[in-house]
Design a protein around this ligand. Structure first.
Ligand SMILES: Nc1ncnc2c1ncn2[C@@H]1O[C@H](COP(=O)(O)OP(=O)(O)OP(=O)(O)O)[C@@H](O)[C@H]1O
Ligand SMILES: [Mg+2]
Length: 229
């Protein structure tokens, strides 16, 4: 069962939001997801407490460098995909989590500061490749993208990434109130009230496209028992 890590050393790039979007969509499709909440601010754990039981999603809090591998080993049997949420700062856990990952996703908002935080992750991935011969597939996902206009800042970030030949997902994560409200309401995009949350259907569609694209890079297999069910 693959491990997908969201990393950007710049705070507020959209990591935790993207973790929840991907986990919520994969869980809806029937995959059993374990989120490793490695952020000392514990946003995912708070969301989980608020939500109560969310089908197919388990959350492990208090993940440390010493415990992360053990958490993965212990939960392997009942997990189809692990998703790691890292803190938005340089942290000793970063290299460990990258080393355990089948794919690293680097969320970047269309601005230079975010791109710099993303570049630190890309440099570390390059270092691991050159010095330790560990090649970890990775992609940038553009976040909080305006659904109506393409800003100049976003265009220049895209150009920079293209120059450096960094793979960028074709599906950006659009700026949507649903993606913010989910942390206040708990639950998933599918338990929210469409009368209260604007453009909920568009947020759901965005989540589906994002998860579908990710599954092309990181194929998932459902547990045998669930497939038979
Ligand atoms: N697609 C989106 N649409 C609307 N709001 C968003 C979106 N993505 C992120 N946000 C908002 O931006 C802020 C930062 O997002 P988030 O917490 O996901 O970033 P982060 O990279 O996990 O931050 P940190 O580095 O502090 O862990 C939050 O207030 C979140 O609600
Ligand atoms: Mg976060």
């Amino acid at each position: 069962m693959p491990v997908i890590t969201f990393a950007n050393t710049k705070g507020g790039a959209g990591k935790t939001t993207a973790v929840l979007i991907l986990a919520g969509e994969l869980a809806r499709q029937g995959y059993r997801i374990t989120i490793l909440d490695a952020d000392p601010q514990h946003w995912i754990s708070r969301w989980h407490e608020l939500s109560g039981d969310v089908p197919n999603i388990s959350v492990i809090s208090y993940v440390t460098m010493a415990s992360i591998q053990q958490h993965i080993e212990e939960n392997r049997a009942h997990t189809d995909c692990f998703i790691i949420d890292l803190p938005g700062a340089r942290n000793p856990l970063l290299a460990t989590a990258l080393g355990l990952s089948d794919h690293v996703l680097i969320p970047i908002q269309g601005c230079a500061m975010d791109a710099r935080g993303g570049a630190q992750v890309l440099e570390l991935l390059q270092y691991l490749s050159e010095k330790a011969k560990i090649d970890i597939p990775h992609s940038v996902v553009l976040t909080r993208v305006n659904s109506l206009v393409t800003t100049r800042a976003l265009l220049s970030v895209k150009m920079l990434l293209a120059e450096k030949q960094v793979h960028v997902l074709g599906t950006p994560i659009v700026e949507r109130s649903a993606f913010r409200d989910i942390f206040d309401c708990g639950g998933t995009l599918y338990s929210m009230d469409p009368h209260r949350v604007s453009n909920l259907d568009k947020a759901q569609e965005n989540a589906r496209q994002f998860a579908d694209e990710m599954m092309r890079y990181v194929p998932l297999r459902m547990g045998a028992r669930r497939r038979a069910a």
